[in-house]
Design a protein around this ligand. Structure first.
Ligand code: SAM
Ligand code: SF4
Length: 353
């Protein structure tokens, strides 16, 4: 082990705050012993603070319309090659009932940034889904107004997922035209003020990103003190301007995840669908590197192929029953247990949820 790496790892193991330079030293872990030690420590920290359970968050992708034009995403408005859909409320409810039968503690209602739905309408969907079971509801519908966030919260949304995507403000606006990192962060802060359990996160391997950007990503997640952080690799989509770029690197994604676990010991970290798409063992490896959440896709089969944020998304050809069975057996295979509760943030302020 290199000296700088060993010192940074030893400091992280004490549970004390680590410096920017130490984050760089950890992210620079070399394959073999250094990476293994980093992943082992992240796994121990996950065990200590969050236990053995893996929380399932069932995703319903209810609309693939989007007003934005993100360079990395297949749902971007300029992609005329995808068939757009909105799932009727009755079908959303049916899916939620199915999730309740399977014992899901959380439903994630996800969509493109679709202004067809007013804040009131989003709130009504949340209210109806919430009536189906004792789930926690996570909304993941992009940037909305303070009023819309308020309406959704009042309707029963417990959590909101708004990834910051990249902490580099220039890269952010290059890859997400007409939008700014500043506005995105303002949205995340509003959500916190409104009492949501907030999820954010970043993409690893975006063209133009450096190790320093990843350090800034981790520091931003620390500053925002998020309750969840989705950290997944970039997967190129041929119908986007980044179609010819290389995907994010598996080992760098796992290292970013592991270092985030060391910096944010109480934060829920998913083994993302993107890491499962990048590599067949991706989710397993992520679970061994600090992750404690999986977000199985529960969308009805007829819509799955159309929600192509990137191609061949893990599980996109499966029936919801298959996705569920595969994921629960994967969790058991790695010696972990499937959580039966809502999986709220363990932070004191959310203890009564
Ligand atoms: N539209 C909402 C938003 O952007 O916040 C929510 C849905 S969006 C499809 C969910 C996430 O997909 C984004 O936060 C982004 O990180 C991820 N994503 C989109 N395209 C991706 C790609 N090509 N590779 C990896 N992740 C991608
Ligand atoms: Fe729309 Fe979200 Fe895709 Fe951007 S990442 S194009 S906001 S769905």
């Amino acid at each position: 082990m290199g000296e700088k790496f060993a010192a940074a790892l030893a400091r992280a193991a004490t549970g004390n705050e680590i410096t920017k330079q130490q984050i760089i030293d950890l992210l620079s872990a070399l394959p073999g012993e250094e990476e293994n030690k980093l992943f082992q420590l992240a796994d121990q920290v996950r065990q200590k603070y969050l236990g053995n359970e893996v929380h399932l968050r069932g995703i319903i992708e209810f609309s693939n319309f989007c007003r934005n034009d993100c360079f990395y995403c297949g749902l971007r408005r300029s992609n005329k090659q995808i068939q757009r859909y909105r799932i009727p409320i009755e079908e959303i409810i049916e899916t939620a009932k199915y999730a309740a039968e399977l014992g899901y503690g959380t439903i994630v209602l996800q969509s493109g940034e679709d202004l067809h739905y007013s804040g009131q309408e989003l709130a009504e969907i949340i209210r109806q889904v919430k009536k189906v079971g004792g789930f926690a509801i996570t909304a993941c519908v992009g940037e909305r107004t303070w009023e819309d966030y308020t309406l959704m919260k009042e309707a029963g949304a417990d959590r909101y997922l708004l990834k910051h995507e990249t902490a580099d403000p220039i890269l952010f606006s290059q890859l997400r035209p007409e939008t700014t990192l500043k506005e995105r962060i303002k949205g995340i802060q509003w959500l916190k003020e409104l009492g949501y359990q907030v999820g954010s996160g970043n993409i690893v391997g975006l063209p133009g990103q450096t190790i320093e950007t990843l350090v800034e990503d981790i520091l931003l997640l620390r500053d925002l003190d998020v309750e969840m952080a989705g950290i997944g690799p970039f997967i190129p989509h041929h119908q986007t301007p980044l179609g010819n770029n290389s995907p994010g690197d598996l080992s760098l994604t796992l290292k970013t995840l592991a270092v985030t676990r060391l910096v944010l010991p109480q934060t829920h970290l998913p083994a993302t669908t993107a890491v499962g798409t990048l590599h067949p063992e991706g989710r397993k490896l992520a679970l061994a590197s600090g992750a404690n959440v999986i977000m199985p896709n529960l969308s009805p089969v007829s819509y799955r192929e159309k929600y192509q944020i990137y191609p061949d998304k893990a599980g996109s050809r499966e029936k919801p029953t298959e996705s569920h069975a595969k994921i629960t057996s994967l969790i058991k295979e790695v010696g972990r247990s499937v959580s039966t509760g809502r999986g709220d943030s363990p932070k004191d302020k959310f203890k009564t949820c």
